[in-house]
Design a protein around this ligand. Structure first.
Ligand SMILES: [Mn+2]
Length: 413
């Protein structure tokens, strides 16, 4: 038996809550979007294989917060075999738990709910003399669900494609808007506007709009700088559509032309990214994408005199990590850093058709790093695309977004 809970409603301030978004696992398993819901999956049960506990219809509350699906709707519209009010959880749950061998429930995310689950278990255990048994194991449902979520269905890929299309439009709008004198938050605004006007939920993660030296701060989200002539702008923003998010980074000169030194760094990162994408095909290890991209970055760092020694030594000693401190890829889907294991039996896992990953190398030089030749200081570049592994190679979902030096300069101008 599995017990899945959706996300709680989170308070923002005083009596204002954050906009609700269902838990990704819960939504994946049920399609149910309302808050305060619990799903029970009991595949061996004669008549209650899928049970939903939901907020009951309540005319007065619905006047304030909107229509609820209700108990009947949970059965009719979501295919539940049985549905109850969420207020009946303590009463109904122990009965459903009886004689289940294993309980899949994610401990540690919600202490108060954990305590209730343990209470229900204890109640079932106390009935042993009546011939009822309680689950002897509590397991993480992630071990099953996350493996499913890692392989995207055609419906999920369609959502990701739409998210990528809207993200494409938003990045283009940002390239048009950003000029010397524009504030980073104005660029963020045109991105948000484009995401919403095309029916996206909004950004799938806080947009990073990092001009000039802000680009070396990996998770810069202040977005307050006034862009200056000569700045590069690093824009890391992806639209969430139908609960699936894109994750895209482009770095471009706000004046419409890369300086020579900016272009050297940009082309190093671009070559590294293409080398990484080249590895994104079935049968290749996840780690190989990172290794390929890193090798190209190191070659360029040596050529530009930023690192000394040989490629092998620099990779072995990790001297490049001062300038490239993050991983090249992560899984992508409902969560921007999507679920799914990266290792199997201690080894980086093999890529398979249906997996979606990002490829996003970067180089970052602190403005005050005196070990770096002066013209490179304060330059931060990251290039990130979303890649679907196919039977024969890969499909770059975000390939339409300007990326070469020429394409970017044209789009900005
Ligand atoms: Mn990413």
């Amino acid at each position: 038996m599995a017990i899945l809970c959706t996300s709680p409603i989170r308070n923002r301030n005083n009596d204002v809550d954050y906009k609700f978004r269902p838990d990704s696992n819960f939504y994946y398993a049920t399609g149910f979007e309302e808050p305060e819901a619990v799903a029970v999956l009991r595949p061996d049960h004669p008549d209650s294989r899928f049970v939903l506990f939901v907020l009951p219809k309540d005319k007065e509350r619905e006047t304030w917060t909107g229509k609820r699906v209700g108990v009947d709707g949970a059965k009719e519209r979501y295919g539940a075999d049985a549905a109850y009010s969420i207020h009946e959880l303590d009463e109904k749950l122990p009965k459903l738990l009886e004689n289940a061998e294993k309980l899949y429930y994610r401990m540690g995310k919600n202490e108060a709910f954990d305590a209730r689950v343990l209470g229900w278990l204890e109640k079932v255990r106390s009935m042993a003399r009546h011939g009822v048994s309680a689950p002897s194991q509590i397991l993480d449902p992630g071990s099953l669900l996350h493996e499913h979520r890692l392989f995207k269905t055609p419906e999920e890929i369609a959502q990701l494609r739409r998210a990528a299309e809207i993200t494409h439009e938003a990045h283009r709008e940002a390239m048009i808007l950003a000029k010397p004198g524009t504030f980073e938050y104005e660029v963020e605004a045109v991105v948000d506007f484009t995401f919403r006007r095309r029916g996206g939920v909004g950004p799938g993660y806080p947009s990073i709009v990092a001009g000039g030296p802000n680009a070396v701060v990996l998770h810069y989200v202040t977005n307050q700088r006034r862009l200056q002539d000569g700045d590069l702008l690093l824009l890391d923003a992806g639209c969430e559509h139908g609960y699936y998010t894109a994750d895209v980074t482009r770095t471009f000169p706000v004046s419409g032309k890369f300086t020579n030194h900016q272009r050297q760094i940009y082309e190093a990162v671009l070559e590294a990214q293409l080398a990484g994408i080249e590895k994104a095909r079935p049968g290749v290890r996840f780690q190989a994408v990172h290794d390929a991209a890193t090798r190209v970055l190191v070659e360029h760092l040596l050529k530009l005199g930023i690192l000394q020694g040989t490629v092998e030594d620099s990779i072995k000693a990790g001297t490049y990590r001062r300038f490239y401190m993050h991983r090249t890829s992560h899984w992508l889907g409902m969560d921007v850093h999507d679920c799914g294991t990266y290792f199997q039996r201690g080894e980086s896992r093999l890529l398979e058709p249906g997996m979606v990953l990002t490829v996003e190398p970067g180089l970052y030089f602190e403005p005050d790093d005196e070990s770096v030749p002066a013209p490179y200081r304060g330059i931060g570049v990251r290039i990130e695309d979303d890649v679907l592994v196919t039977a024969t190679g890969c499909d770059i979902l975000t390939s339409e977004i300007p990326k070469t030096v020429a394409e970017l300069e044209k789009a900005v101008r």
